[in-house]
Design a protein around this ligand. Structure first.
Ligand code: AMP
Ligand code: MG
Length: 471
């Protein structure tokens, strides 16, 4: 079922009602059939038109928000090229915002043209799909539509609209917008709407804040566990639903490097791999600052305590996610130094993050593997690892199975994604579709020859050094 957006019942200061640009001869370029089936999309709606922003059944709107971009406060941002079309209800009764991105100018466009080139739209589609099949909370995408418009960036490119499904489009920046204006009434409305919509189990906003912190801790731990670097963790790109949102210059690393950065605009490494937990904490402190005006002195202390629990929450989430990756059943048997030392070893020898984790399981059956350079410290590490496993008395096959279903073998490696996008720009979607298909079973390599290619790290000349927002 497709319902009108619930944001429409908010007071007018929250959004601008406006329509996507009028377009002719659009083309549904990529469609997520499987997701459409899961959502049980209403067959009476002409989705190919709706996903192009035409013939909309409900009023559409763009939301306002503010945000800290690379640490600098911008008092007004908002959906500058996005339109919310309504809410899709799946057969389980869950509701998802349906939003188009690249669908034209809005009152929040500032200098922008409201459009998106094809490649970043496809990139968002592909990487959000990969995240979903890795079981990492994320927005989803139903489609990429070619707009039949030219979009001028560094070069002249084809325009596209990507559709996005999210539990909600409420960002830390949504709160900052009203906090900066000292508009307490609107803050209260936004807080209550967020609680009802995303955290109905919370009795009050403080309980909600604690749940937000926990969700975010788990999300970042998930990212870290697969080598994902978001690249633009501005406060306007952090969702209160704890979903990965806004796929710009994001990338999965190949060789492990703690300070890895891909985004061409992240010159100082603010959003590097290792900084992600710290930045999430920082963003959550901004959110706490926005909520503070609602607090009594007692509640203020409590708010601070919750914010201060970040490190403990994140470390616990990280250990919980890492234990099965190392084949350890009881997380109490895993201390963080074990992960740290493993990662130091990977970095020292420039090992591929994904392949190294995957290959570790092979050391259950054999003493050593050519893949792993022999060093004294690694021998010691292995000894410690084996003794932990021995202490748990689990059959080897069980441990192996657990490791192989916790360490993916197919991830959207940068060079593969770039190749898929370049070919798609030339009108050939074959490679894109094959990669998309392989990403649906990240823990196994299927029979096709290409799937094997998709699990291999890049050769030296295939490595991509920088990623671009491309917006
Ligand atoms: P992002 O970097 O995608 O998170 O975008 C940051 C802000 O810039 C958001 O308010 C976007 O809506 C806006 N924006 C990005 N690209 C465009 C564009 N081409 N036209 C209008 N607004 C844009
Ligand atoms: Mg954004």
């Amino acid at each position: 079922m497709f319902h009108p957006s619930r944001y429409l019942i908010l007071p007018p200061q929250f959004y601008a009602q406006n329509s996507p640009m009028k377009l002719e001869n659009t083309k549904l370029f990529v469609f997520n059939e499987r997701l459409a089936q899961e959502l049980n999309l209403d067959e009476n709606i002409p989705w190919d038109r709706v996903l192009a922003g035409q013939d909309l059944p409900h009023k559409s709107l763009s939301l306002v928000y503010a945000g800290h971009q690379f640490g600098h406060f911008v008092p007004q941002l908002g959906d500058g090229r996005a339109h919310l079309l309504g809410e899709i209800e799946n057969p389980q009764g869950e509701l998802f915002d349906l939003q188009l991105k690249g669908s034209g100018r809005t009152p929040y466009s500032r200098q922008g043209d409201g459009q998106s080139p094809l490649a970043p739209a496809l990139r968002e589609f592909l990487i959000s799909e990969a995240m979903a099949f890795l079981d990492i909370p994320t927005t989803r995408s139903l489609s990429v539509v070619k707009t039949n418009q030219r979009v001028l960036r560094q070069t002249d490119q084809e325009g596209a609209i990507v559709s996005r499904l999210a539990k909600a489009h409420i960002r830390v920046g949504s709160f900052e917008y009203f906090a900066a204006r000292e508009d307490k009434e609107s803050l209260k409305i936004l807080t209550e709407m967020t609680r009802k919509r995303l955290y109905p189990e919370a009795q009050d906003w403080l309980e909600m804040y604690e749940l937000i912190v926990s969700k975010q801790a788990s999300l970042i731990a998930h990212w870290m566990s697969v080598g994902f670097i978001h690249g633009v963790m501005n406060t306007d790109n952090m969702s209160l639903a704890g979903e990965t949102i806004d796929f710009g210059p994001c990338a999965f690393m190949d060789e492990y490097r703690a300070n890895e950065v891909f985004s061409s605009i992240d010159r100082y490494g603010r959003y590097s791999y290792m900084n992600q937990p710290k930045i999430a904490h920082w963003n959550l402190s901004v959110l706490a600052g926005c909520l503070a005006p609602l607090a009594s002195p007692d509640q203020l202390n409590h708010l601070q305590d919750i914010l201060d629990s970040w490190e403990q929450k994140f470390n616990q989430a990280y250990l919980d996610i890492y234990a099965p990756k190392l084949g350890i059943e009881d997380v109490k048997n895993l201390d963080k130094s074990m992960i740290d030392n493993w990662l130091i070893y990977l970095e020292e020898h420039r090992l591929d993050f994904t392949l190294a984790h995957r290959n570790l399981a092979k050391l259950l059956k054999q003493q050593d593997l050519d893949y792993f350079p022999k060093t004294e410290s690694f021998e010691l590490w292995l000894k410690r690892w084996r003794s932990k496993l021995n202490e748990e008395f689990r059959p080897q096959q069980i441990v192996e199975l657990e490791m192989n279903t916790s360490n993916p073998t197919v991830i959207p490696r940068n060079h593969l994604v770039e190749k898929a996008l370049r070919l798609a720009e030339d009108g050939d979607l074959n490679y894109f579709n094959n990669l998309w298909s392989a990403l649906k079973t990240p823990y196994q390599i299927d029979q096709s020859a290409q799937a094997e290619e998709f699990s291999r790290p890049p050769l030296e000349h295939q490595k991509i050094q920088a990623t671009f927002c491309g917006t």
